[in-house]
Structures are given as structure tokens and as C-alpha cells.
Design a binder for this molecule. Structure first.
Ligand SMILES: CC(C)(COP(=O)(O)OP(=O)(O)OC[C@H]1O[C@@H](n2cnc3c(N)ncnc32)[C@H](O)[C@@H]1OP(=O)(O)O)[C@@H](O)C(=O)NCCC(=O)NCCS
Length: 185
């Protein structure tokens, strides 16, 4: 696929009719731990979290926004077909997910990734993985790379939250993460 054709790929919310193709697309990236496995049932339950990129009706990319609590969500399961990479599809998927997050009133989004530069370009910065213990103790247990994980945690605060703080009188003291069980050790 040419860069121009890849750039024209359409990004939309996932539909029930996408589930089988989406499950196949994701499973191609799970054996080596690039993506965490997602069962078909899991995909059906969380379909509303997903955006897909389509070229001629074929899924060439996906990504999901999974809320953790009212203020925090994880960007996960982001992948683009190798032949379509480098044309901006991955960036467009993540930006679409961040727009979804802003609309939902979410203040911070995070991801666990090996693609530091990709997420840094999208405004994320590295934070200690231990800030997200729920992730490590739930989803990561299903990962074949659990004992030799080389992923970093990256966080981005969303602009509407920054504006709200400015209106209320500047940055002020840093609030702790809103998860009840967060450890910053
Ligand atoms: C990470 C991944 C989703 C990026 O997808 P992508 O479609 O290639 O993403 P983009 O094209 O937006 O950006 C990729 C690179 O291409 C460059 N790029 C962006 N738009 C471009 C364009 N229009 N033309 C040429 N290059 C472009 C960017 O500089 C970027 O480089 P960087 O990663 O060093 O910042 C893809 O590489 C992938 O599926 N990897 C395997 C799965 C994975 O690791 N997922 C992350 C798990 S959280």
C-alpha cells in the first residue's frame, strides 16, 4: 500500500460486524507479546472502546480506549498493518482515541508500550510503571513477556483538564492519581 493510500484509510468506531476480523487482526500480534491477547467475548464486551482503520473495507489498524476510572483511561491494543506503517494511521487512531477521552471527560490517558518515540510525538511522557499497579496485576499476567517486560508506561494529560485547572487558578498542588490503590513507590 502506498503512503498516500494508507493516509486515506478511514478511521471509525468498531461495529459488531467487525468483531471477527478485529479478533484475527489482533491475534496476529499476540504470540510475541506485541499486543495482549483479547478474546472474542472480551472484544464484544469492549467494542465501544475500539476505533478501527479501514482500507477498502479491510481492517488495517486498530486501537482502544479503556476507562480505568472517571478520570483515567488506558490507550491499548494499538496496531497498524506493517505495509501501512509510517503513513500516519497509528497517529490518527491515537488522536481519535484522545478525542473520545476528552468527550468522556477523562483527564489523563496512559499506555504501556515499546514505542516511546511514537507516543512521545503524540504528547505522552514516561512515568514509572508502578503508577498503574492495576494494569500490572491484571492484564500483564496474560502476557508471554511478563517476566522480561521491556515496556515503558507513558502518560498524557488532556488539554481540557489543563484549561479547567487554569480557570480555577493555575496548576496548584499536584493531585495524587485518582485510583484508590495507586502506589508511587
Ligand atoms: C506503533 C504503530 C501502531 C505505529 O503505527 P503507524 O501507522 O506506523 O504510526 P504513524 O505513521 O502515525 O507514525 C509512525 C512513524 O511514522 C512517521 N510518520 C507519521 N506520519 C507520517 C507520514 N504521513 N508519512 C511518513 N511518515 C510518517 C512518524 O514520524 C512516526 O515515527 P515515530 O514512531 O518515530 O514517531 C505501529 O508501528 C505498530 O503497529 N507497531 C506494532 C504494534 C505496537 O507496537 N503497538 C504499540 C503498542 S501500545
Amino acid at each position: 500500500m502506498s503512503v498516500t493510500a494508507a493516509a486515506a484509510a478511514r478511521i471509525r468506531r468498531a461495529r459488531l460486524s467487525d468483531v471477527d476480523a478485529l479478533a484475527r487482526f489482533i491475534s496476529a500480534w499476540t504470540t510475541d507479546g506485541t499486543l495482549l491477547p483479547r478474546t472474542r467475548d472480551d472484544l464484544v464486551r469492549h467494542l465501544g472502546d475500539f476505533r478501527v482503520a479501514l482500507d477498502d473495507g479491510v481492517i488495517v489498524g486498530c486501537g482502544a480506549l479503556q476507562p480505568v476510572d472517571a478520570a483515567l483511561a488506558e490507550i491499548r491494543t494499538v496496531a497498524v498493518e506493517p505495509a501501512c506503517r509510517g503513513a500516519g494511521i497509528g497517529g490518527r487512531i491515537v488522536r481519535a482515541l484522545m478525542r473520545d477521552a476528552r468527550r468522556a471527560g477523562i483527564e489523563r490517558v496512559f499506555c504501556l508500550t515499546r514505542r516511546r518515540s511514537f507516543f512521545a510525538r503524540l504528547g505522552f511522557h514516561e512515568v514509572p510503571r508502578e503508577v498503574f499497579p492495576h494494569k500490572i496485576w491484571n492484564d500483564c499476567l496474560a502476557c508471554p513477556r511478563l517476566s522480561s517486560c521491556d515496556e515503558v508506561a507513558m502518560l498524557r494529560r488532556l488539554p481540557h483538564a489543563a484549561r479547567k485547572r487554569a480557570v480555577l487558578g493555575g496548576e496548584g498542588p499536584r493531585r495524587p492519581m485518582s485510583l484508590g490503590h495507586v502506589s508511587t513507590a
